[in-house]
Design a protein around this ligand. Structure first.
Ligand SMILES: Nc1ncnc2c1ncn2[C@@H]1O[C@H](COP(=O)(O)OP(=O)(O)OP(=O)(O)O)[C@@H](O)[C@H]1O
Ligand SMILES: [Mg+2]
Ligand SMILES: [Zn+2]
Length: 486
């Protein structure tokens, strides 16, 4: 296995238009313009996350500036192409409008666009999440777009095009990036996997592709996780488990908020999940899985998991399951699955709050509160895997996630590197985890949570992303039957 770990989705960013998956409607127009020398001075790249906006923007920046061009594909060999690819060109400026630095940079933009490029034909400004710009910054941008200097190319990328003022968008050529088809994603995953020496059944790739819901970036990070999870091997069972976690996590959060009567927050969790590209139908399945696990847990059968829901009353859980199952069925035929899901959450909150539950339904936190023994001698000598194993007894899915974390204890701090995207879940379990760690090892620690494959944005931090793989000694047996097939 590789030592120097680079997340697949970064390593496999296409360097030519030909490598871009899908988005043919955009590439055709752009390449025609490049061929004819009629590229626009401002583009909007709109569309869901992880579908190629930044990727295409960077290829375009190279194609207009290539020393052997402008041409319909960058040569990727000349000094200019190499410099742009390395992020080292002074004339290709990427601004993240959502960050503080981005706000400053857009403020300075109006001044800076005046100056000619230093080593390129055109100065290219790629402004990411452009809808986040302040009014002031938009005004500065507008002034520039009203009278654009010859040597400037703007590429405004956004996941929320409706939030860009019409005064701006009317001055740009607008391209809509599509969610990528499942087959196209699966094909790309398979190619990349083959290239890094991983093979797996076609269904595994299709399942990953479906779970990524149109985002190739998500698909690649899922592939990353699936591969490290299977210790270099891609199995259908492993992928099923992994895909289940994501939606389970969201469902678990939404349900416990409904349970606490915090409907606003529950809807916000769902809204965030939709924005991240989760399919409402999949989320409904997540709700079903959680409720089903909780029901099994309540009746004391194996394979259950309370998911921290704290409902121990079977009648309520059965009602809840019925409600969600009914809506899940209707969602398949509906154009408005999001609304149906939001509504079912409101109904669940009403159900949980209706007093159907037994008064002492408040459940103890899974496995961690009881058995606390202050007198246990220091340094029980347990390892992180022991902690994960103990937790897995009460909450198999949490245990499984924990077994995929890499732990390192130092000066009463436990640095926990968790699979990316799951930090939030772990953070919410912080207290119970710290307690369980104390119980198993006899040592008190404060948890510090970091993403495992959080590759640095800037090359100078590259060492920080070294491989956590190989340190996971043991993968807890996960397949306790908690996932409902879809
Ligand atoms: N159409 C695509 N073809 C090939 N690879 C892609 C495509 N879209 C995304 N990817 C992969 O996903 C990664 C991220 O893509 P990219 O940065 O272009 O997404 P984006 O649309 O800009 O998303 P965001 O809105 O989150 O910034 C790329 O490095 C690449 O590995
Ligand atoms: Mg982007
Ligand atoms: Zn070139």
């Amino acid at each position: 296995m590789v030592r120097e770990y680079v997340a697949l989705y970064r390593k496999w960013r296409p360097q030519t238009f030909a490598e871009v998956v899908g988005q043919e409607h955009i590439l055709r127009t752009l390449q025609n313009a490049l061929r004819r020398g009629t590229t626009s001075h401002a583009y909007i790249f709109a569309g869901p996350r992880g579908t190629g906006k930044t990727t295409v923007a960077r290829i375009l920046a190279k194609a207009v500036n290539c020393e052997r061009g402008p041409r319909e594909e960058p040569c990727n060999e000349c000094t200019t192409c190499s410099r742009i690819a390395a992020g080292a060109s002074l004339d290709v400026i990427e601004i993240d409008a959502a960050s503080n630095r981005g706000i400053d940079e857009s403020r300075e933009l109006r001044e800076n666009v005046k100056y000619s490029p230093t080593d390129c034909r055109k100065k290219v400004y790629i402004i990411d999440e452009v809808h986040m710009l302040t009014t002031e910054a938009f005004n500065a941008l507008l002034k520039t777009l009203e009278d654009p200097p010859e040597h400037v190319l703007f590429i405004l990328a956004t996941t929320e095009p409706h939030r860009i003022p019409a005064t701006i968008s009317s001055r740009c050529q607008c391209f809509y990036f599509h969610r990528l088809p499942v087959k196209a994603i699966a094909g790309r995953l398979k190619d990349i996997a083959a290239d890094v020496g991983v093979t797996g059944p076609d269904e595994a790739y299709l399942l990953l592709a479906r779970a990524a819901d149109g985002s190739l970036r998500d698909a690649l990070s899922l592939l990353d996780q699936a591969v490290s999870y299977g210790r270099g091997e891609l199995t259908l069972a492993g992928v099923r488990e992994l895909v289940g976690f994501k939606r389970l996590e969201i469902a678990e959060r939404a349900l416990s908020l409904c349970r606490g009567g915090d409907i606003g927050q529950a809807l916000a969790v769902l809204a965030e999940a939709y924005d991240e590209g989760h399919d409402p139908r999949h989320l409904a399945l997540g709700l079903l899985e959680c409720l089903r696990d909780a029901l099994v847990h309540t009746v004391g059968a194996p394979g259950g998991d309370s998911h921290g829901l704290g409902v121990t009353d079977t009648a309520t859980l059965l009602r809840a399951l019925d409600m969600v199952a009914e809506v899940e069925g209707r969602m398949r035929w509906s154009d408005q699955p999001r609304i149906l899901l939001d509504v079912v959450c409101l109904r669940l909150a009403a159900l949980f709050g209706s007093g159907l539950m037994s008064p002492d339904a408040e459940e103890r936190a899974p496995a961690m509160e009881d058995g606390e023994d202050e007198d246990r001698p220091e340094s029980g000598g347990g390892t992180w895997e022991d902690v994960a194993r103990e937790i897995a007894q009460d909450s198999p899915s949490l245990g499984a996630i924990l077994s995929r974390c890499v732990a390192e204890e130092k000066d009463q701090t436990l640095l926990l590197r968790v699979p990316s995207g799951l930090q939030g879940l772990i953070e919410r379990k912080r207290q119970s985890l710290e307690e369980a760690y104390h119980r198993v090892t006899g040592r008190r620690v404060r948890l510090r949570i970091e993403a495992r494959d959080d590759e640095p944005a800037r090359p100078e931090r590259a060492e920080a992303a070294e491989s956590p793989q190989g340190t996971v000694e043991r993968v807890v047996d996960l397949f306790g039957g908690t996932i409902i097939e879809d």
